[in-house]
Every structure is written in C-alpha cells, then in structure tokens.
Design a protein around this ligand. Structure first.
Ligand code: ADP
Length: 448
C-alpha cells in the first residue's frame, strides 16, 4: 500500500504523534472533569456561606432588609452565583439583576469585570435552597452557578495548545520521516545499484560501509560477498586458462605428429602410435588432476569426519610407500604419539599425506631422508612431513599452493593445490618452510 519508505515513516510517526496527542487530550478531559468537580464542591460551600449571610441579614430585623440583602446578592455574584431570594409567598424579594441596578455604575463595571454575569445563560436553571430562621422557614434562595471565566480560559488555552501541538508534531513527523527515510534509503539504493553492477558483470563494485548498524553490517557482508565472487571468478578464469594452456602442449604435440604422418614426413608405425598414445596419457592425467581438484574443492560439503588414531593410520600409508622409498634409497621414519587421536575424513586425510609424501620423495635424492612427525602444540595437533630434499627457493614458496604452479616438468602443479583445498575443507591450515638445497617441511595444523 505505502510504496515509498518515507511515506511509511510518515504514517508511523503521525500515528505515534496522534497517540501522544490523544493521551494529552484524555489527560486534559480528566483534568477538566476534576477541575469542575472541585469547583462544584467550592460552589456548594459558597452557597452555604451565602445562605448564612442572608439568614444573618434577616435575623437583624426579623424581616427582609433591602440594603442588607442587596449587599449579600452582590457578594454572591462576586463569588460566581446568580441568586434570587423569595419570601414565603414565593415573591421575589431581590435577584442579582435588581441588586446590580442599585449599585453605582463604576461598581457595576468592576463587578462585571470579575464575573461572567453578562454572558450567563438566561435559562431558569436555578436550584432552590430553603432559608430558615430559628427553625422557621423564611423563604427560598434560588441559585444558578455562573460559568467561571477561568474555566473558559483554561479550555480555550488547552484547545489552542493541542492544535498547535498537532501542527508542530505533524510538521516534525514529516521532517523526521524525510530525514530518516533518506538516511535509510541512501545506503540501500547504493547497495541495490552495486548489486545491479555485479549482476552485469562488474565484480569490482563495492559499497562504502556506513556505521555499525544493520545496514552497515549488510554493506560489509555485501562487500565480502563481492570480494569472494571476484576471487572465485578470477580463480575460475585462471583455472580455465591454465587448463587450456596445459592441454595445449600435448594436443599440439599430437597434432604435429599427426600432420607429419599425413604429410608423409613421419612414418605411420608402431613407435609413432606409441608416442601418440603417450600424449593421450598426458591429456588424461591433466583432466584427472582437474577432476581431483574439483572434487577437493567441493569436499567441504561431503566430509565424513571420524576419530582416527593417527599413528596406525600413518603407518599404514608408509607401508604402501615403503617400496618406492626403498627403490630410491631414501629412508622414511615416523615419530608419533601412540595415543594421539584426531577428527578427520580418513580418505581426504590420506590424500593429503600421500600428496605431501610423494612430493617429499620426488624432491629427495638417494641417501636422503623423510620424517613424519606428529604432536600436540597448545590446543592444536600438528602433522609434519620433513625431507632433506632439494628445497624450494624463497621466491617460489608463496606460490607453491597455486594451481598448476610447478618448479619441474615432472608433475602438473596440482598436488599442493589439492592439499590446500582438502586442508581448508577441514578448517585446518598448512604451512611450508624450506631452505633451498637443504630440504622442506610441510606442517599441517589440525583443529577439531
Ligand atoms: P605436482 O602435483 O606437480 O607435484 P605440487 O603442487 O604438488 O605439484 O607442487 C608444486 C611444486 O612445488 C612442485 O613442482 C615442486 O617443485 C615443489 N615442491 C612441492 N613439494 C616439494 C618438496 N617437498 N620439496 C621441494 N619442492 C617441492
């Protein structure tokens, strides 16, 4: 219904203002009611005082003395009472109007100024009170309460106050809704435009994070998401271009050989076919490696973690490698605590260890050694694979976990990239240290 945010704000603020004003109005009504009740009580007291005065005036002469009751009538008027005094025959002895006509014009003017007699309603809403002297009825006092000027002023003032408040609150509500909605919508609009840019392919688009509130956090999350999308996209592009590059070499070799055969430059014999067959093997290895990497990338979703006794687990892997180590003349040793248990996916963990171990074997010459060591450090368990191989030059070390990064022609440069994906899938971390020509140490930090 309310499309724009500022209208929603306006409606909300107006509602709040209206509630506040209605409470003020209700309070005012209650106050007026109380005020009237109080006044009525006061009036009753005044009536009794006036009655006492009139009865006292009668007592002085045992009959109605005009001068005295005129004074009583005028005094009653000054207290807000219009009165009529009737004798026992129901004849009006004096009333306020007559009493006023007997006073001097100046006096009358003064009395009028403090009473509201001029504006009093002319109805005959008089209330009768019996007048007595020594238990004998001497007449009737009829009283009409004049509306108090102060009450009128109070009601008028509160009405004015409420009207001005309504206008002021309405104005403030409009102003606040414009300010708030623009403050709120500005970053949302920026977010929407950045999201649009990303959907159009501009992954560099970011928003300025504003404050620590929900919108600020949303902006931060948006930026993190955009950064991760950008990274993923660059990785995807790099993977595609690296893959294409890797595939191009064996494919070009195959094409060259096939062209040579077609042109009659190369013989079409068993050796040539064998060579072509080997190239297809290289192609297959590349594709297998990419598949393995892709599997490793999604492995965080399919991890089957279980508690593993690390020593027998590693022993088992070493036994499978024993022959290769023996053949190359490299020794392998395991130093592990008997009771060490970790929580890991056994298939992925063995893939990590096998990749690191085969790299260590590849890098180590005859007579060298490889040590697998486990232990606990602070709250972490570590698994270290240390070799006395060729080592890695410092300038290459930061890149060895990247896809297709390799330092020799032997291999695809995917092994450590796969290791990294599997390690991250477990939320572990891996560190590589190396001294060129001396050896390398790969340390896996395992947390639960
Ligand atoms: P690959 O799958 O080709 O073995 P990796 O990603 O496993 O590639 O390793 C990347 C590069 O890092 C390798 O080309 C290798 O030269 C170097 N490397 C890896 N492990 C070691 C090691 N233990 N000692 C020396 N160099 C290593």
């Amino acid at each position: 219904m309310f499309k724009s945010l500022w209208i929603k704000f306006l409606v909300l603020l107006l509602l709040v203002s209206l509630i506040a004003l209605s409470s003020a109005f209700m309070l005012r009504e209650l106050m007026i009611k109380d005020f009237r009740k109080f006044q009525e009580g006061e009036m009753e007291d005044k009536v009794y005082r006036v009655m006492i005065d009139i009865e006292g005036s009668y007592e002085k002469n045992f009959r109605w003395n005009n001068d005295l009751i005129i004074r009583d009538t005028v005094l009653a008027l000054m207290q807000g009472l219009e009165i009529k005094i009737k004798d026992t025959n129901d004849t009006v002895v004096i009333d306020t109007e007559k009493a006023l006509n007997t006073v001097t014009p100046l006096m009358k003017q003064k009395i009028m100024a403090i009473t509201d007699f001029k504006n009093a309603d002319r109805s005959e809403n008089f209330e009768p009170y019996q007048l007595f002297h020594k238990g004998k009825e001497i007449g009737t006092l009829e009283v009409k309460f004049l509306k108090h000027k102060k009450e009128d002023i109070f009601i008028k003032r509160t009405n004015k106050f409420l009207f001005v408040s309504l206008l002021a609150l309405g104005g403030v509500a409009i102003l606040l809704s414009i300010i708030f909605s623009s403050r709120l919508t500005k970053p949302i609009k920026k977010l929407a435009s950045a999201a649009k840019q990303i959907s159009e392919g501009n992954l560099k688009s970011r928003v300025k994070s504003t404050g620590n509130d929900e919108i600020g956090k949303l902006s931060e999350s948006f930026n993190i998401m955009a950064k991760s999308l950008e990274l993923q996209e660059s990785l995807r592009r790099r993977l595609i271009s690296n893959t294409a590059h890797e595939l191009r070499t064996p494919l070009s070799a195959m094409r060259g050989e096939l062209e040579g055969i077609i042109d009659g430059l190369l013989p079409m014999n068993k050796e040539q076919i064998q060579s072509l067959y080997e190239e297809t093997g290289r192609l297959k290895n590349i594709l297998d490696g990419i598949e393995e990497l892709t599997q490793a990338q999604i492995s965080s979703l399919t991890l089957k973690k279980q508690l593993i006794e690390i020593k027998p687990f590693l022993k088992n892997i070493i036994e499978r490698f024993n022959k290769s180590f023996l053949d190359k003349g490299v020794s392998i040793k395991l130093e592990s605590d008997e009771k060490l248990i970790i929580n890991a996916d056994p298939d992925r963990l063995s893939q990590i260890v096998i990749n690191l171990l085969s790299n260590a074997l590849k890098a180590t010459k005859k007579g060298g050694s490889v040590l697998i060591k486990t232990g606990a450090q602070d709250s972490e368990t570590f698994l270290e694979i240390k070799d006395t191989g060729c080592g890695i030059k410092e300038e290459h070390l930061p890149y060895i976990f990247e896809r297709f990064y390799r330092l020799s022609d032997d291999g695809l440069g995917l092994g450590l990239a796969i290791v990294k994906e599997l390690v991250e899938a477990h939320s572990w971390r891996i560190e590589a240290k190396s001294i060129f020509d001396k050896g390398s140490t790969f340390t896996l930090y395992i947390t639960d």
